[in-house]
Design a protein around this ligand. Sequence first.
Ligand code: MF3
Ligand code: CO
Ligand code: CO
Length: 253
Amino acid sequence: MPIFIKTSSDIRKMRLVGKCVANVLAMIECYVQPGISTAELDRICSDYIINKQSAVSATLGYRGFPGSICTSVNEVVCHGIPSSKTILNEGDIVNIDVAIIKYGFYADTSKMFFVGTVSPLAQRLCKVTQDSLYLAISMVKPGMRLRLLGKAIQEFVEKQEFSIVKEYCGHGIGRNFHEEPHVFHHDTDDNGVRLTPGMVLTIEPMVNIGNSHTYTLSDGWTVKTKDHSLSAQYEHTIVITNTGCEIITARSE
Ligand code: MF3
Ligand code: CO
Ligand code: CO
């Protein structure tokens, strides 16, 4: 699959889809409280995506994934399956990752939510993860080598004495959920890809308090830190412009 460069009409549509998926995260914020199950969060998001947005969840049924969102609590790195058995407790951190399809295009975004009051260390983990995403976004310029983003993210995260997950990466996105190129969040060999106006990518670093190693549960989806330390993730979909980039999944907050 080549890297698909989007036309200005594609980008107009993707902007609208990006706004919708950002609105799902804004909408769900007030429900993320101690005592709610992740299945209930999934139900509320699903109802909103279908009935308020006339959109379709990209994760529901994706390779058999059973949720309209991913809910990754504490030591879950990514791809957590919403469950009536997973009840949020005071002090938890949870990533909600939402991707939808509308007008024939995908958009994908996630952020961390605090359940009640969380520890200063958990807060710092989330801040560093979000800052690493914004650092990469601020570097984006047409003509630059894609690998520089991963190098900068890894260096920033490791300077804070956290670790960057290497098994999962960001991706091109458009008429397909996952397109080329891979967007690594760590330093890799240069594959020569340069950012070009009209490319649309996700950047979605996953950062652990402990070491970077992960494993997948027997459900085939849930990814956890091997050392059971806390993990955080933030994700935006961006379009490369002539001067830098535009975050199409930006929220008003
Ligand atoms: N939204 C995830 C991403 O950022 C992909 C989730 S796939 C799922 O690429 F099947 F786990 F939902
Ligand atoms: Co993604
Ligand atoms: Co995502």
